[in-house]
Design a protein around this ligand. Structure first.
Ligand code: PEP
Ligand code: MN
Length: 335
């Protein structure tokens, strides 16, 4: 529930109202805006008499809000959340490239790609060690060994790493991982989300293949409700009737999510399109519509990649993307 106060409302009366609500186990978040002050009521407001509050002379309007997500809701947290990963900020106007192969395949592969993407402007290295594959017969990732190699690449290049977790029982292995990714297929693995809510590490949450934005934010809410507020959202394409591309990149989600939530929104044009030559134009479009970062798959030999080769860029193609995206961001920021 949201209580919009009248301009110049008597602060003593506001305090009385706040105390009264808090006595009923409602926590009150006061947001002082330039033109309006609002009280965000969090807790079970079902027993609060809305007419009673509406009748107070300090109150302009009372609204029961329908969104069930509170922590992720921009209404209660008007400022953008900025997440700092090893000195690299994401959100609130800070843009980051998360780049690397779909999967870690060998020491040489991950280290050479890490160096290449870093040179091209990426600050965060991605690479899957535990891979969610549609077929149980497909390469499942190097698992714990892959994590070790990622950590070596981190040491060698100084880049923080992001990699996917598939089971909470693996959490100990992720101790030195900087950002933990929850893949699209696990977006509604609620027990996993709750576990990740109890740790103090940024979580990179990818949108489920068929998830609405509200469902996506409810998954973020599962993490945040347990205490961990560091959630980065990732639009990675949704499943539609279209078959020409792997998925359909929902760019309106970027603009809409920025209205609905204060969390940073990153776009993954690689999984969204599934086609390497579409990654550049889709990256440009994502940057133009306000994404806070891009996650892009890069491989030194896409034809031989063990996973997602058709959508992987070569390092020099990735460098072209970062050059163009940087120019687009500068233009858009000056509009
Ligand atoms: C990935 O990033 O490697 C991945 C598997 O992505 P998604 O969960 O979006 O399919
Ligand atoms: Mn992939």
């Amino acid at each position: 529930m949201v209580v919009i106060l009248k301009d110049g409302a008597d602060s003593k009366k506001v305090k009385n109202l706040t105390d009264w609500l808090e006595n009923q186990k409602i926590s009150v978040h006061k947001v002082i805006g330039e033109y309006q002050t609002i009280l965000g009521l969090i807790g079970d407001t079902s027993k609060i008499d809305i007419d009673l509050i509406q009748g107070l002379d300090i109150v302009e309007k009372v609204k029961r809000i329908s969104e069930p997500y509170k922590n992720a809701n921009r209404k209660f947290h008007p400022d953008d959340t900025i997440i700092d990963v090893g000195g690299h900020k994401i959100g609130g106007g800070n843009f980051q490239y998360f780049a690397g192969p779909c999967s870690v395949e060998s020491r040489e592969q991950i280290i050479s790609i890490a160096k290449d993407v870093k040179k091209a402007g990426a600050n965060i290295l991605r690479g899957g060690a535990f891979k969610p594959r549609t077929s149980p017969y497909a390469f499942q990732g190097m698992r714990a060994e892959g994590l070790e190699l990622l950590l070596e690449a981190k040491k060698e290049t100084g880049m923080p790493i992001v990699t996917e977790i598939m089971d909470a029982s693996h959490l100990d292995l992720f101790e030195n991982v900087d950002i933990i990714q929850v893949g699209a297929r696990n977006m509604q693995n609620f027990e996993l989300l709750k576990e990740l809510g109890r740790i103090d590490k940024p979580i990179f949450l990818k949108r489920g293949l068929c998830a609405t934005l509200q469902e996506f934010l409810m998954s973020a809410e599962y993490i945040m409700a347990e205490g961990n507020q560091k959630v980065i959202l990732c639009e990675r394409g949704i499943r539609t009737f279209e078959t020409a591309t792997r998925n359909t990149l929902d760019l309106s989600a970027v603009a809409m999510l920025h209205e609905m939530t204060h969390l940073p929104v990153v776009v993954d044009p690689s999984h969204a399109s599934g086609i390497a030559r579409l990654v550049k134009p889709m990256s440009f479009a994502a940057a133009a519509c306000g994404a806070d970062g891009l996650m892009i798959e890069v491989h030194n030999d896409p034809a031989k990649a063990l996973c997602d080769g058709p959508q992987a860029l070569r390092p020099e193609e990735f460098a072209e993307v970062t050059r163009g995206v940087n120019a687009i961001r500068e233009t858009v920021n000056n509009l």
